[in-house]
Design a protein around this ligand. Structure first.
Ligand code: AMP
Ligand code: ZN
Length: 473
């Protein structure tokens, strides 16, 4: 079987094949750094992490781009409220985002273009759209995209154009546009923009980019740079971005390049709290740093999210998080047991057979539109059966270890290793060196003594071809 993904563009699960295998270009809409991201935002970023990791597990060479929205209505408003310049206000939230990402074990993207650092590309894109006649200057001095000039508008969100008209009429600035459905590419500067330093000179007037324009410009610039491409293999985000954000990204990009903007559109469902979307606006949110301060292992958060399919809403509860924590603990115990199992045992085939079966099930589940709940089901069944086989002293633990390592490369849900304090680390290094010396001079009694000494302090050691490794247990 090969990987199939649900494509919002076609509303179907389709076999995935990149344009230029093994390279996969992946663009994911990043955080708006006006404040700390909440774990709802991170549900989307974690779904994208799963996607990225599973593509890599499947042999693809992924180039992942995630933008940072560091200039838009919200960042400007927040900076003004704090009495700060835009960059001064957003810098700590960018920093916090990277810390939270690392805490949650999300693999870093290959590029993090920032909107404020990509303005020249945005200006070029607006000029192109003006040249092609699909953009115009409104009566208010802002530049708008003319939806009427882009006949396939609405294809992604499948919104009835009449609905669009009704929806857009309520906006206050419609008088400035030719058509109420048109959206701003470039907003003419106002007093607050100047106050916080969110204004740039452009041939079509001083102003600032619209949010949708930012993503089109950054994604096209980045894939041009990395891969000489104009079409993304995959574009992803949360479901709330389908309309208008992604619809507008398509219109701008395709009107400029004349090529399909993205081949696969993937959208993750919401993290809810008692049925309501987690959101700063509703005040029902929790940040990653809240969880970290509570001592929550990031592995539990990951497992909790994997246990619901990314296209289904997930209600966050402390009980569900605690249950995921228990699952993580079970995995940790299993890993410990495998470490102790060594290579010996009878019936080498039994564990190896279980490992092969698990790998097949794991792959089949994730190939099926990233069915992580099924993959986790297969994992825990594997743990259960392998524990039984280990009780019977079955052999083949090496195959089990390899299968577990492979799956963890995707799910990454083993308990976080306890960190040692620096003084203890120095002592451990010194003791390991003493043991090495003893072993070299064939003083195995002394070597065993050192090992026991380490164990007494909760340090387990393992001799590998790359040297002696240690960990706290
Ligand atoms: P923002 O920082 O607001 O630009 O949002 C960043 C990402 O988080 C976007 O992809 C949103 O779709 C996503 N998002 C926002 N709220 C939620 C939520 N409650 N559950 C899942 N994803 C969300
Ligand atoms: Zn975007």
């Amino acid at each position: 079987m090969t990987l199939s993904l649900y494509n919002t563009l076609t509303r179907r699960i389709e076999p995935f094949e990149p344009l230029a295998p093994p390279r996969v270009t992946l663009y994911t809409c990043g955080p708006t750094v006006w404040n700390f991201a909440h774990i709802g935002n991170f549900r989307t970023f974690l779904f994208e992490d799963l996607l990225r990791r599973y593509l890599e597990y499947s042999g693809y060479d992924v180039y992942h781009i995630m933008n940072l929205t560091d200039v838009d209505d919200r960042t400007i408003k927040a900076a003004a409220a704090a009495g700060k310049r835009l960059g001064e206000h957003t810098a700590p939230f960018v920093q916090a985002f990277f810390e939270d990402r690392d805490y949650l074990r999300i693999k870093p993207a290959h590029a993090y273009p920032r909107a404020t650092e990509s303005v020249p590309a945005m200006i070029r894109l607006v000029e192109q759209l003006l040249d092609r006649g699909v953009a115009y200057k409104g009566e208010d001095g802002s530049i708008y995209f003319a939806i009427a000039k882009f006949p396939t508008y609405g294809r992604l969100s499948r919104l009835d154009t009449r609905e669009l008209k009704i929806g857009a009429r309520v906006t206050s600035d419609e008088y400035a546009k030719d058509d109420p459905r048109d959206f701003a590419l470039w907003k003419k500067v106002d007093g607050v923009d100047e106050q916080v330093g969110a204004a740039w000179e452009a041939p079509f007037g001083r102003g600032r980019p619209g949010w949708h324009l930012e993503c089109s410009a950054m994604s096209l610039e980045q894939i041009g740079r990395c891969c000489h491409a104009e079409t993304l293999d995959i574009h992803a985000g949360g479901v709330d971005l389908i309309f208008p954000h992604h619809e507008d990204e398509i219109a701008q990009s395709e009107a400029a390049t004349g090529r399909p903007f993205a081949r696969f559109w993937l959208h993750g469902e919401f993290l809810n709290v008692r049925g309501t979307k987690m959101s700063k606006r509703f005040g029902n949110f929790l940040t990653a740093r809240d969880l970290r301060e509570q001592g929550v292992d990031a592995a539990a958060v990951r497992l909790l999210f994997w246990q619901t399919h990314y296209r289904k809403a997930l209600d966050f509860t402390d009980e569900a998080l605690a249950a995921a924590g228990a699952g993580v603990k079970r995995l940790g115990e299993f890993q410990e047991r495998l470490r102790g199992a060594g290579g010996a045992g009878r019936g080498v085939g039994e564990l190896a057979k279980l490992a092969t079966k698990f790998e097949t099930d794991f792959r089949a589940a994730l190939d099926d539109d990233l069915n992580a709940p099924r993959a986790c089901g297969a994992l825990f069944e594997f743990v259960h059966e392998a524990n039984g086989a280990l009780d019977r002293k079955a052999g083949g633990a090496a195959a089990v270890r390899a299968a577990l390592d492979g799956a963890m490369g995707v799910l990454d849900i083993l308990p976080t290793a306890k960190a040692a304090d620096p003084a203890l680390e120095r002592w451990i290094a010194e003791r390991i060196a003493a043991r090495d010396k003893a072993r070299k001079s064939k003083d195995f009694k002394e070597a065993d003594w050192v090992r026991a000494e380490l164990r007494a302090k909760g340090v387990e050691i393992e001799d590998t071809p790359g040297g002696t490794k240690w960990r706290l247990v």
